[in-house]
Design a protein around this ligand. Structure first.
Ligand SMILES: NC(=O)c1ccc[n+]([C@@H]2O[C@H](COP(=O)([O-])OP(=O)(O)OC[C@H]3O[C@@H](n4cnc5c(N)ncnc54)[C@H](OP(=O)(O)O)[C@@H]3O)[C@@H](O)[C@H]2O)c1
Length: 313
């Protein structure tokens, strides 16, 4: 039996419950590809799963679904970028050697050297060819932040010249959202804290607002589209003020309003824009597999800039 390295979540708890182990290497079914993973990411979602930080009202159903004392799928991880190592006989979209990126959804399993998954979209993942000009590490940021940002912003039908505000512009989703709004021709405002103002400007924001110091939006300025890119649990006086600065007919969307859609067509669109030079993922920190606990501790602070990645192979 072939073996591989994987990070196993031994029980719900602090980052120390994550252990690097040797486990059985999976082999693809007829309708699956086997991906040799080069990079994965530590997302806010991974820390929720590991720590079982689930709102009270969902705890019982989620424990039944995810596992009572530890995740039923012990290898967690939602995001991957790697190379197709082998394919089942029914695979049509991919060939051995293709460089791919995507999300694993309920299938988890991205914290490993290999992952088998279907080539078709479902709650168990979505996969596309990786942007050729991005590293595997950058591709993980593009996949997670890109899917979240594009999904929300497509609902806004943003037109050139419109005023767009990205609240929480420095996170994984926010850093991609700023660049996408810029690509759409919007006048872009990013809200972030003091230490991230320069980063957000460098990504294309015309105006930046420091949510730690400024508590109101500029008098007279109204926004056609506002994206809350950090979610409902993170707030400030400025965020409350933003909601009141919506133009008539404008749209306010929180990243938490809808479930994340695992959509390979959207991944292909992100690839196109990255290859055309409109999207450049920002990597905050990069860790090795055996530093996973440290990576989780960092992401849990809630202040990562762009993405935090794990180099796998
Ligand atoms: N809909 C879904 O299915 C789905 C799936 C996954 C995730 N999500 C949501 O997406 C959220 C964002 O995930 P992410 O990984 O992109 O974010 P993230 O990278 O974890 O966000 C970190 C960023 O948030 C900023 N931040 C922290 N507190 C803030 C505040 N009070 N106001 C403004 N910015 C603040 C930090 O900047 P500073 O250091 O400058 O404060 C940091 O750059 C998650 O928290 C979750 O709510 C939704």
């Amino acid at each position: 039996m072939e073996k591989m390295k994987a990070i196993v979540c031994t029980k719900y708890g602090t980052p120390e419950v994550l252990r690097l182990k040797e486990v059985e290497k999976p082999s693809p079914k007829n309708n699956e590809v086997c991906i040799k993973i080069h990079a994965t990411a530590v997302t806010a979602s991974d820390t929720f799963i590991r720590g079982f930080k689930i709102p009270l009202r969902f705890r019982i159903p989620m424990r039944i679904m995810m596992g009572l004392t530890k995740p039923r799928k012990p290898i967690i991880g939602l995001v991957l970028a790697g190379e197709i190592e082998s394919t089942g006989k029914d695979i049509k979209r991919f060939r051995t050697g293709d460089q791919v990126y995507g999300l694993t959804g309920f299938g988890l399993g991205a914290y490993a050297e290999y992952k088998c998954m279907k080539e078709t979209d479902s709650n168990y993942g979505c996969l596309s060819l990786k942007p050729a000009n991005l590293s595997y590490e950058e591709a993980t940021v593009a996949a997670y932040g890109g899917l979240l940002a594009f999904q929300s912003m497509e609902m806004g039908n943003i037109q050139p010249g419109q005023n767009v505000l990205i609240y929480g512009a420095s996170g994984t989703t926010g850093t991609i959202a700023i660049q996408y709004a810029r690509y759409l021709g919007a006048k872009v405002t990013g809200a972030c804290s003091t230490s991230n103002l320069e980063l957000v400007k460098s990504l294309g924001a015309d105006t930046v607002i420091d949510y730690t110091r400024v508590h109101t939006t500029e008098p007279g300025v109204q926004y056609d589209f506002i994206l809350d890119a950090v979610g409902k649990s993170k707030t400030s006086k400025l965020k409350d003020a933003c909601k009141k600065a919506l133009a008539p007919g404008g749209k306010y969307i929180s990243i938490d309003d809808a479930a994340l859609l695992l959509d390979s067509k959207r991944l292909a669109r992100i690839k196109e824009l990255a290859e055309a030079g409109y999207l450049k993922p920002f990597i905050d920190r990069s860790y090795q597999m055996d530093e996973i606990a440290e990576a989780h501790r960092y992401v849990e602070t809630g202040h990562k800039k762009g993405g935090v990645v794990i180099k796998v192979n």
